[in-house]
Design a protein around this ligand. Sequence first.
Ligand SMILES: [Fe+2]
Length: 279
Amino acid sequence: MNHDVDKPGGLGMEQTNFPKGSETPHPKLPGEFPGAEVPGVGRIDIHSHLLPGVDDGCENVEESIACIKKLQAIGYTATICTPHIIPDTFPNNTVANIARWVEQLRDELARRDIDYTIWTGGEINLSKTITDWLSEHGVPTLADSRCVLMDYWDETWPAWIDGVFQWFLDQGYQPILAHPERMRCVWNQPEKLDHLREMGVWLQGNFLPITGEDGYEADQLIHRLIEEQRYQLLGLDMHRLDSLDSRVDGMQMMLNQFGQRFLDYFTVDAPRQLIFPET
Ligand SMILES: [Fe+2]
């Protein structure tokens, strides 16, 4: 691994078995989801807009490479690329195209002799009709696992949303709601998270809100949801290079507030245990 991570004051690495959240069941569905090879060491970011030119993330390959170098410097060895799946806004973000773009970035990394693993994924914006679109264009799972990342931005929970979560569950997918701490419908009706937990939906928090950059409510809620051990996963949700530093600041703040074992659990162990349970 990259030894820069061991420098004093950095986000040093230490393999641990921080137990919080690790009891979450992840039943195996043999043969349905092939999974992917996972590096033996290093942090894994499971939510990232790293692919160049496909959404509001990195604009070009140079920016993607610059981000990867920053990520390597704090101990990351792999990223699941999760471009926005919003058919009206990004109609080309299909499973087939995302796989092709990931392959292109892999080729670029190989050409530059950069040892960094990237996988396919997506961040599905939930809507009443999204299941029709996914049925036609495929469901982008995280690194060919059964896990599916999704977000939702309206101010209230719509009546149809349970049916959409159930559509994923019925087909053996593991729905993961991204950054609930940033969602207005969670601020307005947080008890809905209890219902989603009963349904079997997992939660993924972002590192940034703890810096206060996402506002007071998100900052309060990420503390509360961490203390209640509601998150299965945490992620950077990296977009552009210029926003990466503040997201890393959020990691540093989590390290300061919750400790090394907490940070290493959520960036090293949890992705391996929950998304790559075979490894
Ligand atoms: Fe995202």
